[in-house]
Design a protein around this ligand. Sequence first.
Ligand SMILES: NC(=O)c1ccc[n+]([C@@H]2O[C@H](COP(=O)([O-])OP(=O)(O)OC[C@H]3O[C@@H](n4cnc5c(N)ncnc54)[C@H](O)[C@@H]3O)[C@@H](O)[C@H]2O)c1
Length: 351
Amino acid sequence: MKSISVQAESSYTVNVGCDWKTEILRLSSANSRIGVIHTKEMREKVQIETRSDTQVYYFEVPDGEEAKSFENICRLWSLLGESGFTRTDLLVGIGGGAVTDVAGFAAASWLRGIEWIAVPTSVAGMVDASIGGKTGINSEYGKNLVGAFHSPSAVLIDTTWLHTLSNRDFSAGMAEVIKCGFISESRIIELLLGQDVKSLRLDHERVLSLIEAAVNIKAQVVSADFKESFAREVLNYGHTLGHAIEIHSKYTMRHGEAISIGLVFAAELASISGDLETKIVDLHRQLLTSLDLPTTYPRSAWNELLPLLSLDKKTRGSTLRFVAISAIGKTHRIEGVSPAQLLQAYERISS
Ligand SMILES: NC(=O)c1ccc[n+]([C@@H]2O[C@H](COP(=O)([O-])OP(=O)(O)OC[C@H]3O[C@@H](n4cnc5c(N)ncnc54)[C@H](O)[C@@H]3O)[C@@H](O)[C@H]2O)c1
């Protein structure tokens, strides 16, 4: 097991490659009530054994984004009230990013903040959603609009969860790992070269190394910049077009799938600006395609994507802003891109 430290409101560790049940037992010794937040599908797997004087409550939430609804958080608040949860009790969110986001927000909002532990079960949850302290739910006006920074007291990454994850969700999460490789860590790229989904999923040690490397990067970046200025913005590599595609696809695409296309777009944009060699752009396509991730989007969608790009929170005023790389591990910002350059980059990735 590797413990990676994150400095946020307070410092906590991400235990990568741990046995989550053992860790929960160890970490909850002072809590008299534990509320486990999980989906129905996970019910059998999330049962925990604790000391006899600890009461464990199981709070079921809907799967996927439904967990992050206003109705669901209200239901959770009622369940916490009925069960008499106090400031010294503990919530444990076990699931994909949607579950850990809502569990974290329930913990942030109940009694103005109680302790919680994240047990991510998807790749996206392990390398992204559970780290960085952002918790939240969706509003009818958009995703993640209501939330709070409220870091967990620990993140427990047990990769045995991944055995049941679909190939689609495995690959979607890997898009964020590939992103980490390009913004910061050539070892990630080396570990992924020559791999496809099947070979990678069979190689548990490699998956563990990739997750550990990606967690390290996110932990370093958020520790340096907890509330998001430019240092944290590097994590948005590929996300400017990616977010627009996610919205345009009406969320039928996984976040990681949309980011995959956004990564190639950002690389093409840097190449057009003369900042990035073509072979690195090609490497983006090679790695993403080998994990069955999409790298193109319909040409006809451009006129609808353009206004969505301007909605992206990384834009400032009327200026579009992209995170770009000039080499593996070398990030910079591209601002003031002309409409002609944007279209040229989009033409290179559209079909
Ligand atoms: N808080 C943050 O900083 C942050 C960062 C990135 C993403 N997110 C959020 O995370 C969510 C996306 O995360 P996600 O991709 O994990 O989505 P998700 O939670 O919707 O999970 C995707 C699917 O995988 C299933 N699943 C999860 N683990 C499984 C397992 N071990 N076996 C079988 N099935 C499993 C889920 O039930 C779901 O159907 C979004 O809501 C996004 O907004 C938050």
